[in-house]
Write a protein that binds this ligand. Structure first.
Ligand SMILES: Nc1ncnc2c1ncn2[C@@H]1O[C@H](COP(=O)(O)OP(=O)(O)OP(=O)(O)O)[C@@H](O)[C@H]1O
Length: 431
């Protein structure tokens, strides 16, 4: 097939995938090797002297109908990732596919139809709404920008959207300052939903709100997801918000995903020490464990600079398990358990991936001082238990295989004896 014909076919295939909606559970968005390096320029000639490696090689997918939570401390690159997948930022490298179509470098024109399908809700409901516009104008803006005339007119549709998000449709002509923080976030949600998107990326949607209001907004988003079949990527700096709403959770550290797992697996048995540390910072609403303060893991210092991230595993400078291999070799994000991918040489709740490397780095010894003895003991215990379990399984498998081989050998000898007896009978007839 000529290159041109191949190109045409590929385009046609892309268009076909685009026109079909992803069924629940199918991949809606696929990200491969995604990077965003912000150049640092200096001097009169604005020469590039370095780069902020905000997002430094992400691979993940978002499935239709799910909520993917993305967590990590401030500065880990979560917002940058959100802006990249909504194409508000141009990636430095990697690809972004939406419903099978490569949208990595689509220009404004090419992105226009896609804009309807992918929307973003921003963190700060105070600065993301133009104070000079009425909420009618704000929520109706996507229709005007896309040149869409909803049935019954824009005003009627905006009023319907306002009531969907629990606001009074009569307040159509009011200005943002006349609303509370929670109400403003509802306005932001109404605007994001105007064009019936498929994917909504919400960057810290409730962290600027009072705790009492946070649950209301989270519940609203949950209800809307069910009613409208939305897919969410929800970005948050801690696990307390995403723990209730997410189906899967990606944990980011310094521009990388260090763990990606189903919510339940992540909660039952986190595998990356960083995930474990983040989880230990979340208050446990279980009265029996109220005094479990000693299990808290305190991380030393801040996230290192993304301008020159640490070598090997980026978490090694703060990890209480770090050994030489962590300083020299970057661990790959591997699926160690079904549905649980982790990038760590010495994972929690799993067999050690580098058991030969036992000498802790000096930084790790210092970090271990901040980790309760109970945590260290439990971590060593579970890893040893998993290793023993796996060793047992391997022995059983090996025994089964040897058994099978023996049977094979028997079959072989049976055949041999059969042919022997055949030749015997042949011989006897010849005689
Ligand atoms: N436009 C930009 N130019 C240069 N550096 C940037 C830019 N935007 C973000 N960064 C840097 O990229 C890194 C990641 O930032 P990002 O906002 O994505 O992190 P985050 O995990 O979302 O943190 P936060 O929760 O504080 O928003 C930070 O070090 C930040 O300073």
């Amino acid at each position: 097939m000529s290159e041109n014909a191949e190109d045409k076919e590929a385009k046609a295939a892309g268009a076909a995938t685009l026109s079909k909606d992803a069924a629940p559970g199918e991949t809606l968005l696929k990200v491969t090797g995604l990077q965003k390096h912000f150049p640092i320029k200096k001097g009169l000639f604005q020469r590039q002297v370095g780069a902020v490696r905000a997002v430094d090689g992400l691979d993940f997918e978002v499935r239709s109908g799910e909520t993917l939570g993305v967590v990590g401390e401030s500065g880990c690159g979560k917002s940058t990732m959100g802006r990249l997948i909504t194409r508000l930022l141009e990636p430095t490298a990697g690809t972004i596919e939406f419903e099978g179509k490569d949208i990595t470098h689509l220009g404004v024109g090419g992105m226009r139809p896609m804009r309807r399908d992918v929307q973003m809700i921003f963190q700060d409901p105070y600065s993301s709404l133009n104070p000079r516009h009425t909420i009618g104008t704000i929520v109706g803006a996507p229709f005007r920008l896309q040149g869409v005339e909803p049935e019954g007119g824009i005003k009627k549709e905006v009023q319907r959207l306002l009531s969907v998000v629990g606001l009074n449709p009569e307040h159509y002509n009011r200005y943002p300052h006349e609303f509370s923080g929670g109400q403003r976030q509802r306005i932001g949600i109404a605007r994001a939903l105007a064009l019936k998107p498929k994917l909504v990326v919400a960057d810290e949607p409730v962290s600027a709100l009072d705790v009492s209001i946070q649950a209301q907004v989270v519940n609203l988003m949950d209800d809307l997801q069910e009613e409208l079949g939305l897919t969410y990527v929800i970005i948050a700096h801690d696990l307390s918000v995403v723990r209730h709403v997410s189906d899967r959770i990606a944990v980011m550290y310094l521009g990388k995903i260090v763990e990606l797992a189903d919510r339940d697996s992540l909660y039952k048995a986190p595998m990356h020490p960083y995930t474990k540390a983040l989880m230990s910072a979340v208050p446990i609403p279980d009265p029996k464990r109220k005094n479990a303060k000693s299990e808290r893991i305190l991380l030393k210092g801040d996230v290192p600079s993304p301008i020159s991230p640490p070598s090997g595993c980026r978490f090694h400078t703060r990890c209480w398990k770090a050994t030489e291999i962590c300083r020299t070799t970057e661990p790959a994000l591997l699926e160690l358990k079904p549905g649980q991918r982790v990038a760590c040489h010495h994972p929690e709740n799993f067999e050690d991936q580098a058991p030969q490397d036992t000498v802790l780095l000096t930084a790790a010894k210092e970090a271990a001082e901040l980790v309760a003895d109970e945590v260290l003991a439990e971590s060593a215990e579970t890893s040893a238990a998993v290793a023993a379990e796996l060793a047992e399984e391997t022995t059983e498998e090996a025994a089964e295989e040897t058994g099978a081989e023996e049977t094979g050998a028997d079959e072989g000898s049976a055949e041999a004896s059969e042919s022997e007896s055949e030749s015997d009978s042949q011989e006897s007839t010849d005689k």
